[in-house]
Design a protein around this ligand. Structure first.
Ligand code: UDP
Length: 477
């Protein structure tokens, strides 16, 4: 008799990794796979509070491992670096023991047949090896983002990075054409990643990104939150290096296909969702509202915040802006908005700390999205058929916005140095009734349909997930 496939999933402990991994866990579970979701003890209680529904399901269990971080390090400004290093030191052995069924709940639990990890926890590949089971990596960016991260090493070896001095950030050097990355059309050096902007030959973040991406070659398969029609060339090129690539996205649509609704049962959110913003949207005209959000990590300077705020004010259009605590440098939030701004935009502006973004983007009142081009935000926008104004600032956000505004034809890109006039002009162009605006809306509707088709039964992402589940069962043999 065939044994049940049992996937043990372990994400890097931040919401950007936990949430997509949890969605994948639910998808696998919906296809009959037994799931163990491993979290760090620090986040565990908080996650269980929102994931209570999953906890009670047959064949879905949660386990936790210590992250090894001292309270002092947890509060330090570079806590993510400290967390990355401490996980490598502390988590390998408990993960291997969990995978081998030596610790944790054991009654009625079938043997682990595979480990699925997110990016940044490549040490879990060793734990899988030690337990004698195959590993799969869910890399949370686009395929183009992943390939560009892989190529950071060649950029360094060919002398493009690190930059020689500060002047290279503004002297046009970042416009240097790069046309030798297989699967990627000619792009500007600056579009490849934020990491090409480093001046430091030892840049820790650059080395980590590059090492983590390249270590995926050790996994049996690579899972991406994208779909075939969206990135065909880059996926072809990627498969020359990674024979088993599973494109199962957009994850939000795949969840819809599996459960008949857009949401997974749970996620880890650091902030309360403001339900009032949806009621506010209900009262707005269809397609009239610009939604503005920069995800969970971006930090704006006070100058940037001012330019944005006055740019938005100048449009005269209604907008919903997610201003989370910490969005503004100095650990500030909405309190840092310019003094007269709220008065100037009264009646057409809603400031929320945090909102149910997928629901907001699907709301008929929302006609545009001013985004930092994080990959989750980008796919959620594509899935909702909403065109974007892009202002990337970190990691893969640059290449995501290059594709959004280039090949996919659904966005306008703001310059790195934010100016209120350009913010207003781009928002007008996106939301207005010009030929270009209409074309972007048509393209966005086309991509929405393509994303839905990919995740519907028989679609490429649906089939890819089926193949992945089959492959996970192979671990049984
Ligand atoms: N998000 C949300 N409410 C907000 C702002 C963001 O739920 O007010 C979610 C959004 O739906 C997305 C995630 O936060 O799933 C942000 O992920 P992304 O990859 O876009 O950016 P990151 O936070 O990793 O920079």
């Amino acid at each position: 008799m065939e044994r049940r496939a049992h996937a043990m999933l372990f994400p890097f402990p931040c919401s950007g990794h936990i949430n997509p991994t949890l969605k994948l866990a639910e998808l696998l579970h919906s296809r009959g796979v037994y799931v163990t979701f491993v979290n760090t003890e620090h986040n565990h209680e908080r996650l269980l509070r929102t994931a209570g529904g999953l906890r009670g399901r047959e064949g879905f269990r949660f386990e936790s491992v210590p992250d090894g971080l001292s309270e002092e390090d947890r509060r330090s400004p570079d806590h993510t670096v400290k967390l990355y290093l401490s996980l490598r030191r502390s988590c390998g052995a408990p993960l291997a023991a969990l995978a081998r069924g030596l610790i944790g709940e054991r009654e009625g639990v079938p043997p682990v047949t595979c480990v699925v990890l997110s990016g940044l926890v490549s040490f879990a590949l060793d734990a899988a090896e030690e337990a004698g089971v195959p590993a799969f990596v869910l890399w949370g960016t686009s395929a183009c983002g992943f390939v560009c991260t892989l190529r950071l090493r060649q950029l360094r070896q060919r002398g493009y990075t690190p930059l020689k001095d500060e002047s290279y950030l503004t002297n046009g050097y970042l416009d240097t054409p790069i046309d030798w990355i297989a699967g990627i059309p000619p792009v500007r050096l600056g579009d490849i990643s934020s990491f090409v902007r480093t001046l430091d030959p030892q840049c820790f973040a650059l080395r980590v990104e590059e090492d983590e991406a390249n270590s995926c070659a050790r996994a049996r398969g690579l899972i991406l939150n994208t779909f075939e029609d969206l990135e065909p060339d880059v996926l072809d090129a990627l498969r020359a290096e990674f024979p088993r690539v599973y494109t199962i996205g957009p994850l939000a649509a795949a969840m819809h296909s599996a459960h008949g609704h857009g949401h997974g049962a749970a996620g880890l959110s650091l902030w309360e969702e403001d339900a009032a913003c949806v009621a506010w949207l209900d009262a707005q005209a269809p397609g009239s509202v610009l939604y503005v959000s920069f995800g969970s990590l971006a930090v704006l300077s006070l100058d940037q915040l001012e330019e944005l705020a006055w740019g938005l004010a100048a449009t005269g259009r209604p907008f919903l802006w997610a201003v989370r605590p910490g969005l503004v440098a100095g650990d500030r939030g909405a309190d840092a908005l310019p003094e007269d701004f709220l008065a100037a935009t009264r009646g057409r502006c809603f400031i929320a700390e945090w909102c149910a973004q997928e629901q907001v983007l699907r709301h008929p009142a929302v006609g545009g999205f001013l985004t930092h081009s994080g990959w989750n935000s980008t796919t959620e926008s594509i899935l909702s058929g909403v065109p974007m104004v892009c202002w990337p600032g970190f990691a893969d956000q640059y290449i995501n916005s290059r594709y959004t505004c280039g090949d996919w034809g659904i966005g306008l890109r703001l310059d790195e140095a934010l100016r209120r006039e350009q913010v207003a002009a781009h928002v007008e162009e996106l939301m207005g009734d010009t030929g270009r605006a209409r074309e972007m809306r048509r393209n966005a509707a086309r991509w929405k349909a393509a994303a839905e088709a990919a995740t519907a039964p028989g679609g490429s992402s649906y089939e890819s997930l089926r193949r992945l589940v089959e492959e996970l069962r192979v671990g049984d043999a």
